[in-house]
Write a protein that binds this ligand. Structure first.
Ligand SMILES: *Cc1c(COP(=O)(O)O)cnc(C)c1O
Length: 385
């Protein structure tokens, strides 16, 4: 059976060039980069070069990049790192559509005495920078708003949000995990103080991430111990992870335009094809302010879980909402926050395309999907032709 993977926002396959780059570190190059002897020196240079590659990709200085174990850790480090430096338990501003790695950190801090404002989004999933402005208080410690949403692909006006927060002297963090490699991510241009990234969303293996920390930002540590990462994150370096992440950034950096133009074209074909063949479908997220690979659609009168299983049986992997909430019957917090009615949220499917997807993949989906949706709708008591 054909297997078509359309869940690249959950994770991506390892790029062949990335796999090649880490081979020497699986076979022979094992040193601890903090060691001064030959074994350490052997890997230190690669470690440094990989960090420089990540910095280059995001328009940062090399020593502004802290390597973490994942995107979630980077989010935790940014928010808790700011919170723990504060003299008083202050106020944090975030949005209602953040990834759980941001939302649940904020909820945790609320139980510790911090206060949090969750600014709303509009029907497209966009935060209004003026709402952020209005939410800023004297004791606001941080604004944390994501750049690209993982469920809908909507891209937030992060530069405007950063400008507004900075006018009031408030630092800004942004979860940029889903933006990296898909749209231009440049720290100088976007102006944020902290930004989170994850390797496995950009064709590197799982278990490595990065936190951008603008020079001069006062940030506490999450993991105390040795002096690694300039004392900002202890633990013997994940050499294989960073070498992979560095290579992935290099690949993304040199092919981004070509790859993303193709993804944009494939996504458009998929959307147009579905709208042509199937009725009662609605697009979730912003029609144009979005990353190229993500398509979130509600197939009304159909439960997304049933749709997901039927597609899986035909060898097509998609997701309902996000990987982090699949398996639960709860409708997506992101779609609910956009004001989409519960039943429509529960009929949402996310197609997230990746570099390996082809025209044939799209044709196959367009071939099987109308039949699947039709059959499920026939069984739905709510559906009237
Ligand atoms: C996947 C993802 C994360 C978490 O990254 P991990 O490396 O899996 O911990 C955080 N934020 C967003 C937007 C994501 O899509």
């Amino acid at each position: 059976m054909r297997r078509i993977y359309l869940d690249n926002n959950a994770t991506t396959p390892i790029h062949p060039q990335v796999a090649d780059a880490i081979k020497p570190f699986l076979n022979g190059l094992f040193g601890n980069p903090s060691s001064t002897h030959f074994a350490g020196r052997d890997v230190k240079a690669s470690y440094d070069a990989a960090r420089a590659g990540i910095a280059d990709m995001i328009g940062a200085k090399t020593d502004e990049v802290v390597i973490t174990s994942c995107g979630s850790e980077a989010d935790n480090h940014a928010i808790k790192g700011i919170a723990c430096m504060a003299e008083n338990k202050g106020h944090i501003i975030t949005s209602t559509v953040e990834h759980p790695a941001v939302l649940n950190v904020c909820r945790h801090l609320e139980t510790k005495g911090f206060s949090v404002t969750y600014v709303p989004v509009d029907g497209f999933g966009l935060v209004d920078p003026d709402d952020v402005k209005d939410a800023i208080r004297k004791d606001t410690l941080l604004v944390s708003i994501m750049y690209a949403n993982n469920e809908t692909g909507t891209v937030m006006p992060i530069r405007d949000i950063a400008n507004i927060a900075h006018e009031r002297g408030v630092p800004v963090h942004s979860d940029m995990v889903q933006a990296l490699g898909k749209i231009k991510v440049d720290m100088t241009d976007l102006g944020v103080d902290l930004a989170s990234f994850s390797g496995h969303k950009v064709y590197a293996p799982k278990g490595v991430g990065a936190l951008y920390v603008r020079e001069g930002t006062h940030l506490g540590s999450l993991v105390h111990g040795g002096h690694q990462e300039a004392g900002r994150r202890a633990g013997t370096e994940n050499v294989i992870g960073i070498v992979a992440f560095g290579k992935a950034c290099e690949v993304a950096g040199s092919h981004a335009e070509e790859y993303n133009a193709r993804l944009e074209m494939l996504r458009k074909r998929l959307l147009d094809g579905i709208l042509e063949r199937i009725g009662h479908v609605r697009l979730n997220g912003h029609p144009t302010q979005r990353v190229p690979n993500t398509l979130n659609l509600s197939f009304e009168f159909v439960e997304s879980e049933s749709l997901l299983f039927a597609l899986d049986r035909k060898g097509v992997a998609v997701s309902s909402g996000s990987a982090c909430s699949s398996g639960s019957d709860e409708p997506s917090h992101v779609l609910l926050a956009m004001g989409i009615p519960g039943p429509v949220c529960q009929s949402a499917l996310r197609f997230s395309l990746g570099w390996v997807n082809t025209d044939d993949d799209i044709d196959y989906v367009l071939d099987i999907l109308p039949g699947i949706v039709g059959k499920l709708r026939e069984m739905s008591p709510l559906f009237q032709k």
